[in-house]
Design a protein around this ligand. Sequence first.
Ligand SMILES: [Zn+2]
Length: 184
Amino acid sequence: METTVKRQFSSKIALVFIASVLLFGSCRKEAEPEYSVPEEVEPYVQAFVNEAKARGLEMKIDNLIVEFAQPDGDFICGMCTSPTNHQKHIIIGIQKFCWKDASPQMREALVFHELGHCYLARFHTTKKFPDGTYASLMNPDDTEVYSICQYPINGATDCDKRPRRQYYIDELFNENTPAPSWAK
Ligand SMILES: [Zn+2]
């Protein structure tokens, strides 16, 4: 009889111990997020924090892992793999057109788009202006909305869309941003 009681007691202690290990383990994960961002991506993360700040939004990004990898599909250049977790994780496609051959504006647009998923709880939108251009950086497939000319023909500059950047960043942080003059 006594042995049985003792056994029950020790198994209860064991349960409490396991429970506290689990609890402690998960708390620790929350308290100590990991920050690991490749050097060539870091300036864009900082730019995102600065753009947020310029719009009155204080962001502290200390829970982000960014890595270059092959995403699920060849045509995919970025993914925020767990937007609702505290620890954020972004994959940037290793395909040449995603990063290596992309303009600085395309790289920024890609990183900002993924940060939009991860930190601004934004989803894709296919909203377009009357001329057919996407109205948001959160569009599903175009990172060239405010890019410099990638392959200008005969020195043409009409493909240089850099002046449009301001609008797209405004819209990223505030979906109710009115349409810009160039889109009317
Ligand atoms: Zn996306």
